[in-house]
Design a protein around this ligand. Structure first.
Ligand code: GLC
Length: 558
């Protein structure tokens, strides 16, 4: 649901991955007090809202997206009192806090799942998607007893079948992600009531909204007997999704001044309009269309291609224009994606220029921008050498499943691909300064710090007016002062230009040009010549018709 001029439309969001942000007690894992210690940094950057990845009690098979207890804080992160202090400190600074809501699935250690396994006829018996399975026709190496096969052929997002067999209950349960992340059965009314009560509990504690993890997967197809391929695709936008979202909104966040962003794999812009438009239950949607631009047409995640500028323009323009009566959630990277300067820019010769050009793109579109921690410093992908160095359940799971199926011989075959794809690229510790472990921890960091931290760190950039960090600060300030950058209509310019992404933002009489040379060669451009610049990532040019490599300009349109 949305109307123009709300606090969350004017806002810039900063995403914190708690495990890797700042460790206050030397155990190598970031924590809530660590975040508290760094609030000045966030204040100076100028961001308004913090989104925290899950901080709930969890066995961490999927870094907190497997929640064991929704109402308590993971021990390594601190206590509920620490969390309350953090919220109060943010509110004191007029910053808001968004929590991650993971309710498509729980941890298999959640008490609901344990009760569900033990007592099919008990209170929690139908809280998860349990099925008997099919008779196995041939000898099968699928999970479960030799004469049974899983209910269908869905694959889990992290490799292997989407069903596991539970010996205790004698049935299969569905997990679209890891085996340790059983999917809740949202058709059971008590599941929904319990989820809404929990959401209300957090809203009553004073939070300012939710980022709803894979929320478009909660309604499974009615007939599960013949599914093939990825389970996620089969469940995205399921038959009762809109009913569930509307009910959730009415029972919970509609009664509070809270913002909601639904993470939705495979969502289309038409669906997003229904979920977020003037009558939709949510405020924003995270779509994935630009996150697959470097996927190979045939091999998908397994094939790496260079993202083309034409495709990037197409995706962004489609979402900007077709969601014009809604509101976009803008992002280029997050904890599930590689580092933006490595993926879309040039992280060597033009690290500063390309990181600031991408920042300009992120912060001058219509919608609410989400900055992922460390991208404001232009942290790069990590030079991982082996699978053993990786913690990311998705990458390890997919590679292991492909090895088990004989599709690849060994990790070596996919080393280069994995280096680009692994979610651990985004999860290496934040780089605060040039001291040991980049000032992230006094202990052994849970993931290694990127070796470039002596050069790329917050302290060095805070003192340098020509740093990526300083540029982000200026850009955020400009956005805050310029309603046309937030609300203005978007119009693509020079659609066929091969290296320049240019657009106009118009709000009443205010017309701004954003021109980005997303290339490591200069580009010629006559139209910009007379425009007074508001911000750019190079000093003012002498030759106004040439954009230098990765040059970004925001200018008044005369
Ligand atoms: C979302 C999260 C991701 C997690 C997955 C399963 O995509 O962003 O980190 O692994 O959901 O919960």
């Amino acid at each position: 649901m949305n109307s123009e001029g709300t606090w969350w439309q004017d806002a810039v969001v900063y995403q914190i991955y708690p495990q890797s942000f700042n460790d206050s007690d030397g155990d190598g894992v970031g924590d809530l007090s660590g975040i508290h210690e760094r609030l000045d940094y966030l204040d100076e950057l100028g961001v308004d809202i913090i989104w925290l990845n899950p901080v709930y009690d969890s066995p961490h098979h999927d870094d907190g997206y497997d929640v064991r207890d929704y109402r308590s804080i993971r021990e390594e992160y601190g206590t509920m009192a620490d969390w309350e202090q953090l919220l109060a400190a943010l509110h004191e600074r007029d910053m808001r806090l968004i929590m991650d809501l993971v309710v498509n699935h729980t941890s298999d250690e959640h008490e609901w799942f344990q009760a569900s396994r033990r007592a099919p006829d008990g209170e929690y018996g139908d809280y998860y998607v349990w099925r008997d399975g099919r008779p196995a026709t041939d000898a099968t190496d699928s999970p479960g007893p030799p004469d049974r096969a899983p209910p269908n052929d869905w694959e889990a997002a992290f490799g292997g079948p989407a069903w596991s067999y539970d010996d205790l209950r004698g049935q299969y349960y569905l997990h679209l992600f890891l085996e340790e992340q059983p999917d809740l059965d949202w058709t059971t009314p008590d599941v929904r009531t319990d989820v809404y009560e929990m959401m209300e509990w957090w809203l009553e504690k004073g939070i300012d909204g939710f980022r709803l993890d894979v929320i478009n997967l909660v309604s499974k197809p009615a007939d599960l007997s013949s599914g093939r391929g990825p389970g996620i695709e089969a469940c995205a936008g399921g038959p009762r999704l809109e009913e569930f979202l509307a009910e959730m909104a009415a029972e919970t966040f509609d009664n509070y001044d809270a913002v909601t962003i639904g993470e939705m794999p495979a969502v289309t812009v038409e669906q997003a309009r229904r979920y977020t438009g003037p009558d939709g239950p949510l405020d924003m949607v995270f779509h994935f269309d630009h996150m697959t631009l470097d996927y190979d047409e045939e091999d998908g995640w397994w094939g790496l291609t260079e993202p083309s500028l034409a495709d990037l323009k197409e995706v962004i323009t489609r979402w900007q224009t077709e969601l014009a009566d809604g509101w976009n959630a803008l992002y280029l990277g997050n904890h599930d994606q590689p580092r933006i300067v490595s993926r879309f820019g040039d992280d060597e010769q033009y690290r500063y220029e390309s990181a600031t050009a991408l920042a300009t793109l992120l912060l001058t579109l219509r919608g609410t921008p989400f900055i992922y921690q460390g991208d404001e410093l232009s942290i790069r992908n990590y030079p991982f050498e082996s699978l053993a160095e990786q913690e990311d359940a998705m990458t390890v799971g997919r590679v292991q499943a492909a090895i088990d199926r004989g599709e690849i011989d060994s990790f070596e075959t996919v080393r280069e691909l994995v280096r680009e794809r692994t979610r651990d690229n985004a999860r290496t510790p934040m780089q605060w300064d040039a001291t040991a472990n980049a000032g992230f921890t006094d202990g052994d960091p849970w993931l290694p710090v990127n070796p470039d931290y002596r050069e790329v760190n917050a302290a060095a950039q805070q003192d340098d007016p020509r740093s990526v960090l300083a540029y982000y600060q200026r850009l955020i300030e400009l956005r805050h002062e310029t309603p046309a950058l937030v609300y203005g209509e978007y119009e693509l310019l020079l659609p066929a230009h091969e290296s320049v992404f240019a657009y106009r933002r118009t709000l009443e009489d205010d017309r701004l040009l954003v021109v980005l040379n997303l290339d490591d060669e200069p580009s010629r451009l006559e139209t910009l010549a007379a425009s007074p610049r508001l911000l750019g990532n190079y000093d003012d040019p002498t030759d106004t018709t040439t954009l230098r490599p990765y040059e970004a300009v925001i200018a008044q349109d005369p």
